[in-house]
Design a binder for this molecule. Structure first.
Ligand SMILES: [Zn+2]
Length: 206
């Protein structure tokens, strides 16, 4: 139901005409405010109709014509004056979204999607790097030359990898976790492929 229908259900032309101070006689006739009416020639009931000038309409039309308002403004005025408590501003049929508003909403939705996708990527990267980081620590401890009882020349490849990668992985984790968005984006752009490969590689250690 439109706001106009709602008003029509709750307020008659008679209510409105009398509310704004026009005297209606016992036959439901009044002097028409829309032409120079000497004798009452306007019939007022649910609607109003002037037999003199042909003015005709419902409560909202009357307010619009009487006060020189658009029908929407008239509906607002009626809503306020007669305390109808209708939520006129929320009626989408009366206030269709502007093109600009639609574009803005689309853009916001798009940004939201991008940020969501970005956060998923970032979260996955952090998960992979955290697991890898843990592995590197274990390798450093378990495959070190003292543990393996070997000379410098025969360092275990896991130990070498740990030495080579720990600091780098630390930095990536730090940037992804605590860097600003630009930094995070930068890390994913530059090291995304490397992180993906690490993810593949460490699956066997799960
Ligand atoms: Zn008239």
């Amino acid at each position: 139901m439109s706001i106009f229908d709602e008003i029509k259900e709750r307020v008659t032309a008679y209510d409105v005409v009398t509310y704004y101070g026009i005297i209606v006689d016992s036959k439901g006739m009044c002097r028409c405010p829309f032409h120079n009416d000497r004798n009452p020639s306007m019939k007022v009931d649910k609607r109003y109709h002037c037999f003199g000038c042909g003015a005709d309409g419902d409560a909202t039309d009357f307010v619009a014509n009487y006060f020189g308002l658009s029908v929407i403004e008239a509906a607002k005025k009626l809503n306020e004056d007669m305390k109808l408590q209708l939520r006129i501003g929320c009626d989408k049929r009366l206030f269709p979204k502007s093109q600009e508003q639609i574009m803005q909403e689309k853009e916001q939705a798009w940004k939201k999607d991008v940020i969501r996708a970005f956060n998923i990527l970032r979260r996955d990267a952090i998960n992979i790097l955290t697991k890898y980081h843990k592995l590197l620590w274990e390798w450093k401890r378990e495959y070190g030359p003292e543990a393996m009882n070997e000379g410098d020349a025969n360092w275990h490849p896991f130990f070498v990898e740990a030495l080579g990668k720990l600091e780098h992985v630390n930095e990536l984790l730090d940037d992804l976790s605590f860097g600003d968005r630009t930094k995070q984006l930068d890390v994913l752009e530059t090291y995304g492929e490397e992180i993906r490969r690490i993810g593949e590689r460490i699956k066997q250690f799960d």
